[in-house]
Design a binder for this molecule. Structure first.
Ligand SMILES: Nc1ncnc2c1ncn2[C@@H]1O[C@H](COP(=O)(O)OP(=O)(O)OP(=O)(O)O)[C@@H](O)[C@H]1O
Length: 262
């Protein structure tokens, strides 16, 4: 059995597919008396691809801010793995134990190649400096190759990131997150501004990624959600309005009332 590095890793537990990886329980966040999150509760399992949808202002970004430690809620619990209390941790420690977040706008190193971007993102504190002076070992090289394959950029390994298409930059950034070896990935509006073909590729990348991780996708593009979704959580006014597969969501009375005014 692999030795556990520190206490928090022990508290994450030995996650298997279907085990709960994230619990958000009774979380409320107020801004000047306005409740952006209102007793929000839901959970995500390891090996799951979950879509979170909701109108503007429903609380999606605030929820991700809470999970990644940017915003501390007034009430509630947020537990990672078996027993890691995320509310006791700061943002860098949360990233370090395996929660990665991809923002909408890609922020790759424009003047470096695809390969170098992935190398720089590798989970190794001193990698950034080592890149100039030392060679990668076989295992590290394999990890980069494997990631390039997953994000569909292996043919573009030595291409400068600056000349990639918008979609390719998004995939590269997903790849850079993967290099950090996260267990849970939060992805914010991944397909905004993409061509239909890029949207299709992104659906495939995220679906593959969710096999060995947990992936939470926040997205407005309903076509895309329909193409990837197994389970969808609908947020409304800071709480869960409905949860289920896409058919159940579309036929849910509360959802229809809120979205279609029925
Ligand atoms: N720092 C803040 N100060 C005051 N109000 C805030 C702050 N952050 C968010 N809000 C408010 O909280 C509510 C929820 O915002 P949030 O950004 O989480 O919604 P969202 O579902 O991500 O919306 P969108 O789809 O537009 O990104 C909104 O009404 C927003 O105006």
């Amino acid at each position: 059995m692999k030795l556990l590095k520190h206490e928090n890793e022990q508290r994450i537990g030995n996650l298997k597919k279907g085990d709960r990886i994230l619990l958000v329980d009774g979380v409320s966040v107020s801004f000047d008396g306005f409740k952006a999150l209102n007793n929000l509760s839901f959970s995500i399992n390891y090996g799951e691809l979950r879509c979170i949808i909701g109108a503007n202002g429903a609380g999606k970004s605030t929820m991700m801010d809470v999970v990644t430690g940017k915003t501390k809620p007034h009430t509630g619990h947020v537990i990672f793995g078996e027993a890691v209390d995320l509310l006791e941790m700061d943002e860098p420690s949360i990233a370090e134990i395996g929660i990665g977040r991809k923002f909408q706008k890609p922020t790759v190193f424009q003047n470096n190649t695809v390969f170098e971007n992935l190398e720089l993102a590798m989970k190794d504190d001193k990698r950034f400096f080592k890149t100039l002076f030392s060679k990668l070992n076989g295992e590290q090289r394999d990890k980069i190759e494997e990631t390039m394959k997953l994000i569909g950029l292996q043919e573009l390994s030595s291409q400068e990131a600056g000349i990639l298409s918008h979609g390719q930059k998004q995939w590269l950034e997903i790849g850079m997150l993967i290099m950090q070896e996260p267990k849970l990935l939060l992805v914010d509006e991944p397909v905004a501004g993409m061509t239909p073909q890029e949207v299709e590729n992104t659906a495939e990348i995220l679906t593959n990624l969710a096999k060995d991780n947990a992936v939470v996708v926040v997205e407005h593009d309903m076509e895309f959600i329909r193409s990837i979704a197994k389970k969808v959580t609908v947020l409304h006014e800071g709480s869960v309005l409905a949860e289920g597969n896409m058919d159940a969501i579309q036929n849910n009375e509360d959802v229809r009332k809120v979205y279609l005014g029925e």
